[in-house]
Ligand binder design. Sequence first.
Ligand code: 5GP
Length: 120
Amino acid sequence: ASAESGAPTIFDKIISKEIPSSIVYEDEKVLAFRDINPQAPVHILVIPKLRDGLTTLGKAEARHAEVLGQLLYAAKIVAEKEGIGDGFRVVINNGPGACQSVYHLHLHVLGGRQMKWPPG
Ligand code: 5GP
């Protein structure tokens, strides 16, 4: 599917467990699982179970504020669970210019090594 088309993504199949993933945290609204192509020793994706128009952060509207907060809070829970609470990074790639490849909003939680800044 082309960028931001709103077509279903691979994450729908991960949510439905049609495609297996290594789940590290799950609640009613949020799912967190290990990235298949990790960019750090810990690399977890945190996604809303219901995309509800959030192909990208750039599509966020006021009604999404609650789930956006839940995603960020889940990122903190996941970082603590993974033992990287004192050094982790949360990234959202928004759109082609940021190399977003899956158009279902997701937070990357990265850690387990020294994170460089600027990220490039
Ligand atoms: P983006 O580039 O859109 O910010 O990040 C998408 C991420 O999803 C990439 O880091 C990629 O490795 C990950 N990814 C893509 N397909 C799968 C999959 O089937 N399973 C898992 N666990 N991660 C995936």
